[in-house]
Design a protein around this ligand. Structure first.
Ligand SMILES: NC(=O)c1ccc[n+]([C@@H]2O[C@H](COP(=O)([O-])OP(=O)(O)OC[C@H]3O[C@@H](n4cnc5c(N)ncnc54)[C@H](O)[C@@H]3O)[C@@H](O)[C@H]2O)c1
Length: 279
């Protein structure tokens, strides 16, 4: 039995709410924090709906929604940070968590691109930080990358790995620091090529999605998947690669940046690469 019993999710947006739901369904006590009250209400509806559908309403007593960060982490054994992909914000949140959480709590980031080694300066507990990166929807893709910071202890790593297994996910172990972790690096290459094909008008997105579905047997193509993830998040990840490499080949195409600036960020706003009913 793991000694990680109380799990705190910081940031209850697209990914955070799914990690919270999945963790709750695997019998952990879950504390959910967000800076926006409407997001907390939305997350409560999402999780209650899921518990009802799965006939697991008894688990409703194991979840706490709060806009008080100290309450969210005061009993925490493991904290998963899932705030937007902004390095300054992540450092700020890590620093707050370090001050408020019990001394033994592990703090992990669900960042899609930043290694925890560039966040760890924000905390004193450098031996207790991790990257734990999910691939929502978790029910369809039950796996998570796990990667160390420069001083992460073996004990922290082992506990993180066991927790991933306990919530029914495959741990994808990063053996040495790697931007993009295990599978996100592969997926990033696909996204980058797709965006360049679209920006250069080399082929229609429908054809690329069709090709991908036939080739891989998947139900969705990369453009639909990117619309589901949120193009703001996709762009932020692309920008973080470019910031690191300064290689012009990593610079996101201008047309893609402009699309995100116009608020065309996918399913959440009703328009991205495709048109959607606003979710
Ligand atoms: N979208 C994906 O498919 C995906 C997949 C894996 C990992 N991620 C990563 O997860 C993180 C979150 O991405 P997302 O797509 O869920 O973003 P999102 O914008 O949907 O959600 C982020 C949430 O964080 C909240 N927030 C903002 N500042 C906060 C703060 N200081 N404290 C607490 N909450 C705060 C926002 O109100 C929002 O609800 C990013 O690092 C992203 O790279 C995203």
């Amino acid at each position: 039995m793991s000694d990680l019993l109380n799990i705190s999710i910081i940031g209850a947006g697209f990914t955070g709410k799914q990690i919270a739901e999945w963790t709750l369904l695997h019998n952990f006590k879950v504390y959910i924090y967000d800076v926006k009250q409407e997001i907390l209400e939305d997350t409560e509806k999402f999780i209650t709906g899921s518990l009802k559908r799965k006939k697991k309403m008894e688990l409703i007593n194991n979840v706490i929604y709060t806009s008080d960060l100290s309450l969210a982490v005061k009993n925490s054994d493991l904290i998963i940070e899932a705030v937007p992909e902004d390095i300054g914000l992540k450092k700020k949140v890590f620093s707050q968590l370090d001050k408020l959480a019990p001394i033994n709590a592990i703090i992990a980031t669900n960042s899609s691109s930043y290694p925890v080694s560039i966040i760890e300066d924000a905390v004193l507990r450098k031996d207790k930080v991790l990257n734990i990166h999910f691939y929502p929807p978790i029910s369809l893709r039950p796996m998570a990358d796990i990667m160390r910071g420069t001083l992460t202890s073996d004990e922290t790593f082992q506990k993180g790995k066991e927790w991933i297994e306990m919530i029914g996910c495959a741990p994808l172990v990063v053996k040495k620091e790697c931007r993009g972790f295990v599978f996100n690096r592969i997926w990033r290459a696909v996204k980058k090529e797709c965006i360049e094909m679209w920006a250069g008008d080399y082929a229609d997105i429908e054809d690329i999605d069709t090709a991908w579905k036939i080739f891989t047997g998947m139900k969705m193509g990369p453009f639909v998947l990117m619309d589901a993830i949120g193009l703001d998040t996709v762009l932020a990840v692309e920008q973080s690669y470019y910031q690191e490499t300064k290689d012009l080949r990593d610079k996101p195409p201008k047309a893609f940046e402009e699309m995100v600036m116009r608020g065309e960020i996918g399913m959440k706003t009703g328009k991205g690469f495709y048109q959607w009913k606003k979710s």
